[in-house]
Ligand binder design. Structure first.
Ligand code: TXA
Ligand code: MG
Length: 347
């Protein structure tokens, strides 16, 4: 299959009638799958009401079929067609954070969406992305769009159109290139079907921000306890992994440097994931700065691109700094832990 690339400048007016966006929307209406930029990561969109389109999403990604998709909408009015009940706290969350990087789990209205989109669950995950191109595309096609991150299953999520093509060229109808995404880690997933909402995946909206608007919030046990079974099916899979084994390192710069030297002595090509503050201090075969430690948002923005860059540098092993587990650091550490398969070396 020839994968089309539509280049769209997100800052122009009237995106809904932009010929590139209209063309991509027509593909979606024909139940083809199209990658699109959002404010978090690129998504691989398909008509959420069509089993045919959803099957193409799972096939292109090589995604396990028990992992449900997030349904993207441009207008809150679309909710009532496939959501059975909107609890008060969900209403408050939508008011505060939509459009934006928050996915809300609702009870599902049966018989509207493709059963495969929700992996047969009685619930459905929904979000309204805060990206002008994504919103224009959603409005233009008028459909609820199922969209997981547009990477091959297990790889780091894509934060630009080239990442999407690196994984899915020839496997999807097209990609809208709207430039690099901003936030860089996926949306926060919160389950609002329980009296006290539960965070199933940390992401672009922090726990602190959620608490400030709805009060008490719980965190799924699987996020802190490796043995617990996660409530978001996707959280049990290995994710975001670079080709070389990745180890998180907690300790001083000298400790990290000594690990590098030990592996180099053993003949390995060693990569280090650090930040701008330390990039000139550390020595290894490949040292990459992933944002600034003093501004954790910049680390989130650069994380997946940095993980992907190590694949181009042919390293045998990667050591990564760890980050404070608070604010957006929750999402960064959650993704880093998954990318590392939880391998941590502490001084
Ligand atoms: O930022 C994002 O959320 C991006 C962009 C493209 O919107 N999308 C994304 O989708 O990250 P994906 O498929 O990579 O992750 C969706 C997560 C998975 O962990 C999945 O298991 C969980 O949401 N999920 C989806 N529906 C669910 C449901 N009904 N109950 C619990 N978890 C659900
Ligand atoms: Mg994903």
């Amino acid at each position: 299959m020839n994968t089309k690339v539509w280049k769209v400048d997100k800052s122009v007016d009237n995106l809904e009638s932009n010929p590139q966006v209209v063309d991509a929307a027509n593909f979606l209406r024909d139940n083809e799958v199209v990658a699109l930029p959002t404010e978090t990561v690129y998504g691989l969109g398909g008509n959420a009401e069509s089993d045919v389109a959803v099957a193409k999403i799972f096939a292109a990604k090589g995604r396990p079929s028990d992992n449900p998709l997030i349904i993207h909408i441009a207008d809150k009015k679309q909710l009532s067609t496939f959501v059975a009940e909107v609890p008060d706290k969900a209403e408050v969350l939508m008011e505060a954070f939509w459009p934006g990087p928050l996915t809300i789990i609702f009870k599902k209205k049966e018989g509207v969406l493709a059963e495969s989109a929700t992996a047969g669950l009685a619930t459905v995950a929904v979000r309204m992305p805060d990206h002008p191109v994504a919103l224009a595309l959603l409005k233009c096609c008028g459909l609820p769009i199922a969209a997981p991150s547009a990477n091959s299953s297990g790889k780091p999520s894509p934060t630009n159109a080239q990442h999407v093509l690196d994984d899915l060229n020839g496997k999807i109808a097209g990609v809208i290139d709207g430039g690099a995404t901003g936030i860089g880690v996926e949306s926060t997933v919160i389950d609002c079907t329980e009296a006290i909402p539960v965070i199933l995946r940390p992401g672009g909206v922090t726990k602190e921000q959620l608490k400030a608007v709805i009060g008490e919030v719980r965190v799924d046990a699987a996020l802190t306890d490796e043995a617990a079974r996660p409530k978001a099916p996707g959280m049990k899979y290995q994710h975001y992994a670079p080709n070389a084994p990745l180890y998180m390192v907690s300790g001083t710069t000298q400790f990290l440097q000594s690990l590098v030297e030990e592996k180099q002595t053993a003949g390995l090509r060693v990569g280090v994931l650090t930040t701008e503050e330390q990039v000139d201090v550390l020595e290894a075969d490949v040292v990459l700065a992933c944002g600034k430690r003093e501004e954790l948002e910049t680390v989130a923005t650069a994380l997946y691109d940095t993980l992907r860059k190590f694949n181009l540098k042919q390293v045998d092993i990667i050591f990564s700094e760890v980050f404070p587990n608070e604010g957006v650091g929750n999402a960064i550490m959650n993704r880093l832990q998954k990318a590392a398969g939880n391998k941590l070396i502490a001084e």
